[in-house]
Every structure is written in C-alpha cells, then in structure tokens.
Write a protein that binds this ligand. Structure first.
Ligand SMILES: Cc1cc2nc3c(=O)[nH]c(=O)nc-3n(C[C@H](O)[C@H](O)[C@H](O)COP(=O)(O)OP(=O)(O)OC[C@H]3O[C@@H](n4cnc5c(N)ncnc54)[C@H](O)[C@@H]3O)c2cc1C
Length: 547
C-alpha cells in the first residue's frame, strides 16, 4: 500500500510515539490482528539509552509474543555480574557494601514465573520491539512523522500529521488514537489532561561513557551498578550499559538546575574512578528532570494515553517502562475487543481504573527508593566518621554500610511490584468476595483472585499456565465434571473469543482454588467459581465491558 492509499483509509488504531511503549502496543495490536499506524517523529536511533531493566512481567509478555530469544540475544553481555555496590570511588576508595547477584545468564527464574528479568538497555530493547512490530504486516511504522493535532468526531478521530522531511502536513482517520509520546505528550496536551504529583525531584545529568576494560583500572569487584557516596552523601551512580565498554554515569543532583557539559561529566567520571589517567570518551550528555507525576485521567472517548505520557517516575527501581508495557498490554486487548466488535464501552474506562492506581503505587515506591538511595545526604555529620582512616573509621564504615545495604534491599528485590499489581474495583472484573491480600514489594504470593495476574504453574516441561493466555478469554476447568456450556454459549452469543482448557494438574488446581477460572487476554483473572454462574451471559457482558 502506498502512503497516499494508507492515508485514505480509516485506521483502526493510530499510535503516536515509537518509544518502547508505543512499539509494544503496535506490536501487540499486530499480534492480535489489528491494523495500526505507528507514528514517530525521530529516526528510531537511540543516543542516550534510558531503561535497562526489563522486568519479569515484561519478559512474560515477550514469551507470549515469541520474542524471548531476541531479547536474550539482543547484544547485552548476559555474563556480566549484576552486583550493586556502594563505594566512595572505584580505585582505592572505600566499598561500604554490596548486594551480590549472579549474571543475568545464571540468574534462576523466580518460582512465580516461567521467565526472569533481563538486563537489556533501550538501545538493545527498542530494536527487539521494532523487529516484533515489523514482523506484522498489519503495522505501518512511519519515522520522521510528527503528530500535530486531533479532532474527535462521531465515527472516529481525524489526526493531523506532518512529514518532517518534506514539511507536508496531512490527515489520517482512525477509530482510536493512543498517545505513547512520552512525558511531554502532545496527545495529552491536546486532550487537556493534567498530571499531579512532584514536577521536580532532582535535576540530574546523565552521560554515556565509553571506557574499554574499566575493570582493570580499579580494585572493586565488577558490578552492574555502583552508587557513589562521599562525605556530602550520595552524589552519583554508574551503570553498565552493554556489560562491555559502555557506562551510564549520572550526577544525581537535587532541586537546583545545573547545566553540565561533556568536560563536566568527564570530571564526574574521573571522581568516580578515583584517578585521572584512564582513557575514555564521553559519547553523549543528557540533562533530565526526575519527576513523580501521574495523569489525573488517561483519556476519554476514543483518545487515550499510555507509558510516560501517563506517568513519570524516578528510575530508582526500574518501573517506568515496565509499567508502560503493562499499559500497552491492557490497551492491546481492549482495542482489539472494540475494533473486532465484541468489546463494550466500559473497557476503556476500565483501562484507566485498572492502570492508574498501579502507576500511583509504583511512582510512590520509586520516590521512596530515591529517598533511601540519597539518605546519606541527611547523615552528613555522622557520615564524616566513615571517611576517617584507622579502626574507628573501619567501624563507622561497617555500621553505615550494613545499615545502607539492609535498607537498599527493597529496591533490588521487587517481585511483588512487578507481579503483584491487581485490578481491585475494576468494572470489568467480577469479585468473588475474598479479601484483598497485602500488596508486597520484596515477596509475592501468587493468587488467582479476580483482578490479579493468573498464576504460573509448570504443566509439563516448557509449558506454563501462562502459555495458555493471550489471544482471547480462556476458561480453565480443573474438574471435567463441571459443565461450561452456559459460558461457551454466552461467549458465542456475544462474539467473545473463548477457549476452554481442562487442567489435570493438582498444583495448578490448588493454586487457582476454584474449579473454573476465567482469564482475560491480558492474563488477569476476570471471574472464578466452582460452578457456572447463574447468569453466564451477565458475567460475559461484565468482562467484555458491556454490562
Ligand atoms: C536514566 C533512566 C533510567 C531508566 N531505567 C529504567 C529501567 O531500567 N526500567 C524501566 O522500566 N524504565 C526505566 N526508565 C524509564 C523508561 O525509560 C521510560 O519509562 C520509557 O522510556 C517510557 O517509554 P515511552 O515509550 O512511554 O516514552 P518515550 O521513551 O519517551 O518515547 C516517546 C516517543 O514518542 C515520540 N514522540 C514524542 N512526541 C511526538 C510527536 N508529537 N509525534 C511523534 N512522535 C512523538 C518521541 O520521539 C519518542 O520516541 C528509565 C528512565 C531514565 C531517565
């Protein structure tokens, strides 16, 4: 199809912004058979990779999409140790403490998942997602194309775009418009949506540094992330970007604006090293503002937002993109249901009701992590002792290091954040009256309570319960004697894709707790019971957003 022909048709969905969240949404839509136009004003090249932690939940989605292998072979050195360490400097400085982790390759999957987190920085992860997008003939990705404005009308949305190469402006029609266009989202502005929270936590400056064989220039054990603490408190961090020769250096900063250039950041790197005779190159510098903001609304009518457009968070914890990808998966099945005609009007309302509380919880947790990381700044008086030589200094370092190490564990062990988010009070989930379990951070107990992520159990080697979910609704039946016909008939009547899976596994039966469990296309439990509900059609209408 030529650009002109594709401009003349009505797109089911137009996605603005091909960052990781827009790419994931477009890829998910293509995977679900929904045509979509993906618009990106940049070229797709990444000079300053931001995210690097791909959470266990995002990897579960990658498993569903069949792209785990691509992530694992994206180019990051998976043999590189993943330790976190807090030091005064790398060469000759003090090491206050360390949280050891195996390399990503050697890290086992947590018992709650068939996958594990990955370390795949954005310059490796975005190309994987783009390859996923390009795998679908249904997605048209246009670079150097900018969203300008939108006008919603009865049948859809008219979107004005500009080709940044030719300067030409043109319009496209779509049924739904989704803004995945980052923190300064123009789609959000066009909707007039406001964000609430803290617009400035810190003014931070990042630099990508190339330094061959850095490990040979210092005496600390290798690590994925170093936190630098001086007598004035926490002042910088260094993160392994490719597990070889690239490092992201951050001067954490505070609430005061600072403008730093390449020379300044070279000085920051030298202070981190503790020596000035190491050859390196500053590849790029990026000032950015750390914020804690969540949009008051995620959209209305036919236009919605996702990812950083909807929530901005401190990177402490690695939640930003991962919750954005969860937004994409939430929107993916919702939009497919609407475009394919079996979804009702409450689905998009439910998107906001389900996803916004997750963002509020995660941005708060991330700011808490930031406060913990920076807390040595509040102890400057006491910290002084930790920089004195001799036995008194050793004792002060030990006391400080042990307390800091214990406190920081909450940021490093976050399985509850990534798997434990739940859709309490969602209008498209049927509650079963059981009490809400505690929302934990460092631990997670799987539950099939409605609104929660359906639990993982290995059904046979290589086959997880999670592998059954994704395209349509799935009704798990743990007792073949229980009839499911009423729900099958209700789903057929409404055109809702529903597959029944008989599960004979005792461990799964005990974890899912009911004889019947209805799982949505995003992998969350929508309903459960020991027998068919009295009105199966009412349940189907609720979960498809038409009740
Ligand atoms: C230092 C740092 C480290 C981080 N580490 C992690 C981590 O480990 N894990 C994690 O989950 N998150 C992390 N994050 C957060 C993560 O990077 C973001 O949450 C994520 O990039 C958001 O993705 P997005 O697609 O929503 O937005 P963006 O990545 O901002 O992408 C938006 C896209 O929209 C395009 N665009 C904007 N306006 C228009 C327009 N008008 N027309 C067309 N296109 C437009 C932009 O060019 C851009 O490509 C980190 C962030 C920082 C700053």
């Amino acid at each position: 199809m030529t650009e002109m022909q594709s401009n003349n048709k009505t797109w089911p969905v137009v996605v603005i912004g091909a960052g990781p969240v827009g790419l994931a949404l477009a890829g998910d839509l293509g995977w679900r058979g929904v045509p979509c136009l993906l618009v990106e004003r940049g070229t797709g090249e990444i000079h300053q990779p931001k995210m690097d932690l791909v959470s266990v939940r995002t990897m579960e989605f990658c498993r569903r999409w069949g792209i785990v292998d691509w992530v694992e072979h994206a180019g990051y050195n998976r043999d590189y140790p993943q330790d976190y360490a807090w030091v005064s400097s790398l060469s000759g400085g003090y090491e206050f403490g360390r949280e050891p982790f195996p390399s990503i390759k050697d890290e086992p999957c947590p018992p709650q998942s068939p996958q594990k987190r990955e370390r795949c920085p954005q310059n490796f992860f975005d190309p994987v997602l783009r390859r996923f997008v390009q795998q679908s003939a249904l997605v048209d990705e246009r670079h150097r194309t900018e969203f300008r404005s939108m006008k919603e009308h009865e049948r859809g949305v008219t979107v004005q775009l500009a080709n940044l190469e030719s300067g030409q402006e043109y319009e496209v029609e779509c049924q739904y418009l989704i803004g995945c266009d980052g923190g300064a989202s123009s789609v959000k502005q066009a909707l007039g949506l406001q964000m609430a929270g803290s617009p400035v936590l810190t003014y931070t400056t990042n630099a990508i540094i190339e330094c061959e064989g850095l490990e040979a220039w210092h005496d600390k054990k290798p690590g994925y992330r170093y936190i630098f603490i001086g007598p004035e408190g926490t002042w910088g961090t260094m993160v392994a970007i490719n597990g070889r020769d690239q490092w992201r250096v951050s001067l954490v900063g505070d609430g005061n604006v600072r403008t730093l250039n390449e020379d300044d950041m070279a000085g920051v790197f030298r202070r981190m090293l503790g020596r000035d005779d190491v050859p390196f190159k500053v590849l790029s510098v990026m000032p950015w503002i750390r914020r804690q903001l969540v949009a008051d609304n995620y959209g209305r009518g036919r236009t919605w937002i996702a990812g950083d457009a909807a929530h901005l968070t401190s990177p402490t914890g690695g939640f930003g993109m991962n919750m954005g990808i969860q937004d994409s998966v939430g929107l993916g099945w919702t939009l497919a249901a609407l475009v394919q005609g079996w979804g009702g009007p409450r689905l998009l309302q439910a998107y906001e009701i389900e996803r916004r509380p997750v963002a509020i919880r995660n941005v708060q947790e991330a700011t808490n992590n930031l406060k913990n990381m920076l807390s040595p700044r509040d102890q400057q008086g006491q910290l002084q002792g930790a920089f004195e030589p001799g036995p008194a200094g050793d004792a002060a370092r030990k006391a400080f290091g042990e307390a800091y190490t214990a406190m920081m564990k909450r940021e490093w062990h976050t399985v509850g954040i990534h798997l434990g988010y739940r859709y309490e009070g969602s209008p498209v989930v049927v509650p079963d009256g059981t009490p809400e379990p505690p929302d934990t951070v460092t631990t997670y107990e799987q539950t099939a309570r409605p609104g929660h992520r359906a639990p993982h159990v290995w059904l046979k080697p290589g086959l997880s319960t999670l592998d059954l979910f994704g395209r349509g609704f799935v009704l798990l039946r743990f007792d073949p004697k229980v009839s499911v016909e009423a729900m099958q008939a209700a789903a057929a009547q409404r055109g809702v894709p529903l597959q029944v899976n008989d599960i004979g596994d005792a461990k799964a039966a005990s974890l899912y707790e009911r004889k019947l469990v209805l799982v949505r296309p995003d992998g969350h439990v929508a309903w459960r019971g020991d027998a068919m509900p009295q009105d199966a059609l009412a349940v189907i209408d609720t979960v498809r957003g038409a009740a």
